[in-house]
Each structure stands twice: as structure tokens, then as C-alpha cells.
Design a protein around this ligand. Structure first.
Ligand code: ATP
Ligand code: FE
Length: 370
């Protein structure tokens, strides 16, 4: 079977077609980055306009790439939550239109669940349910036991910012975007690249958040505020011009990456210990497989650090290929394929009008909140 996945939860229009063997038949991703960079952030009505403008053409190009006709699709999967309501609406309307026109089932997809299970598409033999997932993205930071599509048990989540959000805000405050090579990059990617030329990664001090708390929650506000203060102090000390970047920004970025890694490692270690404790019956005698996903999983240093923790507990560690870590249509289509694999067909005939952008229909009753 073939599932088309439609993703419009934020600022990327993603459409893809994936088959039941996890092969990507077509993949179209239209980024709005260039547009939003000009205005210093995402303006929801503009994001909606761009999705509306591009979605039909993206779908047609995707079919063409796949060499398929719309009639040959088995189902249409679409992100229904969480995300910007105006953006989600465009994807949902388009998906509903396709489902009606071609008489196909419409599968609502929870965006974070799609991030969580994406790595299975390429590692189906290695990542069995249940597995432990560290979800690190632009809007979320969660540790969860994933038991199936639509079946997550949350162990902990961020109390304030998400790591990607912190990277984006700090990169903007550093004004990395004035450096031509970073003009069109997201904050996390720019920080990762800048950190590579650090000479003294210990030049700045960062806190270790929630060090005393015996749970799996996260907090990035302290690291973020500490960063703002340190950048300000450095700018004053060396009289950085108002449109300039502090001279040792690379050292700063390396220190920041280490601080974020340390916090993620610390909390992941707690989650692994929880899962390995026989009292909790999470995985029987098996060692959980750890999956790192979401846009921040792109980061090689962070992934290597997390992998290191997993190895120390004899657990295997995976992430999706980089092109599938950040938002895309493939992960939505793959979630649709998993819905087909794991749920009986009778569940698939939704009343099309009952699905709204809250996506409460069907089996989307996971414990991951929006
Ligand atoms: P969510 O999935 O929580 O709704 P989102 O969809 O906006 O949020 P993603 O597309 O999963 O988020 O990830 C985008 C985030 O990933 C951005 O905040 C970006 O800074 C971060 N990111 C991307 N590449 C890297 C990298 N190489 N290192 C660190 N962070 C990165
Ligand atoms: Fe995302």
C-alpha cells in the first residue's frame, strides 16, 4: 500500500508518499525559511498563505516523483496537531478534499508521535515496540515510552523552553544571522557549525538545570537566560557594534552545546534507570532501545553524547536519517503506514467532518499533550 503524508504544522509544506516497506516514493519539502528570516520570525497568517499557495503543486509534484496516480494511494495521512492552527488548517482541508475526491481513508497524525516513530521506517528490524524515545525539537522536549502509534507513556517533559527553541533564540541574540554562511540556517544548525571552530569551549560557564530533581523533566530557561546575560556582558566588555557578533562566539557555542548535552544526558540516564528497574515492568528483562528524534537530533555532538549514555547501559541507540529528523511529509506518511499495519481496517473509516485540527478522532489518545 501507499500512503500520502501531508505536513503543514509550522512553516514547512511537506508532502510525501511512503509504501508499506518503508520506501520513500516521493518527497517534496517547501521551506519558508527565507521568507520568515526576512521578518525575524514566523508570522502565522503569512505562513498560512504560503502553505495555501504551494500545497496543490507540491502534491502533484510528489505524485509525479512517485510515478503514481492519486487513485492508487491507499490512504491520506495528515498532521492534525500540535502546531499553528492556521497552518494545520490548510493541510487538513487539502487532505479532506483529496479523501473525498478519491474516496480514500483519512488518517489523522499527531506530529510528535510521527517524530517519535520515524526512525522505525529505516530500522524496522532493530526498533521494536516498546522503545524509549528522547524527543528533542523546536517546540518539545520529552522522554516517553513508545508502545505503538498512538500509544505513548510520558516520563518527563520540559517545564519551559524546548532545546531547539532555546538554540534559535540564543542564535538570534548572538546575531549569528549577520554572518553570511548562517543567514538562512536555523539556530541549532548554526550553533553546531560555529562550535566546531572553538578554541576554548570552557570560556563560558553554564548551569546544569534540575540537577537535584529526581524525575525526567527538563528545563532550558536557565541556560537561555544565562546565555543572554553572558552575551550582554561580553558585548559591553569588548564594545561589540550593535550589528556585530562577539569575537569568541565559537567558544560560546561550544560551551552551550556541552551544557545542553549534559542536561539531556542527565535526564536520559534517569529514564534508562527507570526503564531498567524491574519494579516498573516497563521492558521486562529486555534492555530498552533508545531513539532520539526531532530536529535537534540532527546535532551530531548531542546524538553522540546521548548514544554514549545508552551504551553505558547496554542499550542500542538510533535516530532517523538527518533529512527526516526535522519536519517533513515522510514522517507523516510513515505514521499513516503504521496505522494501517497496527489498526484494523474498520477503524480507518472516519467521518471526515469529525476530524478537526484537534484530531481527537479515532485512536489518537496518546498521553503526549499538545
Ligand atoms: P515540534 O516538532 O516540537 O512541533 P518543530 O516542528 O518546529 O517543533 P523540528 O522541525 O522538529 O521542530 O526541529 C526544528 C528545530 O531543530 C529548530 O529549533 C532547530 O534549531 C533545531 N535544529 C535543527 N538542526 C539542528 C542541529 N544541527 N543542531 C541543533 N538543533 C537543530
Ligand atoms: Fe516537528
Amino acid at each position: 500500500s501507499y500512503v500520502a503524508g501531508i505536513e503543514t504544522s509550522c512553516d514547512d509544506t511537506g508532502i510525501a508518499i511512503v509504501d508499506s516497506n518503508g520506501r520513500v516514493r516521493g518527497n517534496v519539502l517547501e521551506s519558508q525559511q527565507e521568507f520568515h528570516t526576512r521578518y525575524g520570525g514566523i508570522i502565522p497568517p503569512r505562513a498560512q498563505d504560503l502553505h495555501r499557495l504551494r500545497i496543490k503543486d507540491a502534491f502533484e509534484r510528489c505524485l509525479q516523483e512517485a510515478g503514481l496516480a492519486a487513485e492508487e494511494l491507499t490512504a491520506i495521512a495528515v498532521t492534525t496537531r500540535p502546531g499553528l492552527p492556521l497552518s494545520l488548517l490548510i493541510g487538513l482541508r487539502f487532505a479532506r478534499h483529496l479523501a473525498r475526491k478519491y474516496n480514500k481513508p483519512l488518517l489523522p497524525v499527531h506530529h510528535m508521535e510521527a517524530h517519535a516513530i520515524q526512525a522505525r521506517m529505516e530500522h524496522i528490524a532493530d526498533i521494536e515496540y516498546p522503545f524509549l524515545c528522547l524527543l528533542i525539537s523546536g517546540g518539545h522536549c520529552q522522554l516517553a515510552i513508545v508502545r505503538g502509534p498512538g500509544r505513548l507513556t510520558l516520563l518527563g517533559e520540559t517545564l519551559d523552553d524546548a532545546p531547539g527553541e532555546a538554540f534559535d533564540k540564543i542564535a538570534r541574540r548572538l546575531r549569528l544571522y549577520v554572518l553570511p554562511q548562517y543567514r538562512l540556517w536555523n539556530g541549532g544548525r548554526a550553533i553546531e557549525h560555529a562550535a566546531k571552530s572553538a578554541k576554548d569551549p570552557l570560556a563560558y560557564d553554564f548551569p546544569l538545570p534540575l540537577a537535584q530533581q529526581r524525575n525526567c523533566n527538563f528545563s532550558f530557561a536557565g541556560i537561555k537566560n544565562n546565555s543572554f546575560r553572558a552575551i550582554r556582558a561580553r558585548e559591553l566588555a569588548e564594545r561589540t557594534p550593535p550589528d556585530g557578533v562577539i569575537s569568541n562566539y565559537a567558544d560560546f557555542c561550544a560551551g552551550l552545546l556541552q551544557a545542553v548535552s549534559r542536561h539531556l544526558m542527565h535526564r536520559t540516564q534517569r529514564a534508562l534507570e527507570y526503564c531498567l528497574d524491574p519494579k516498573n515492568h516497563s521492558f521486562g528483562d529486555a534492555h530498552p532501545t533508545l531513539v532520539v528524534s526531532g530536529g535537534v537530533a540532527n546535532n551530531d555532538a548531542i546524538f553522540a553524547n546521548i548514544e554514549h549514555v545508552a551504551k553505558a547501559y547496554n542499550c542500542r541507540c538510533y535516530r532517523p536519517s538527518k533529512k527526516y529528523c526535522s519536519d517533513n511529509g515522510v514522517m507523516i506518511a510513515w505514521h499513516g503506514i503504521e496505522q494501517l499495519l497496527y489498526d484494523s481496517v474498520k477503524n480507518l473509516r472516519y467521518d471526515l467532518d469529525s476530524i478537526d485540527i484537534q484530531g481527537q478522532a479515532g485512536f489518537l489518545n496518546s498521553s503526549v499533550d499538545d
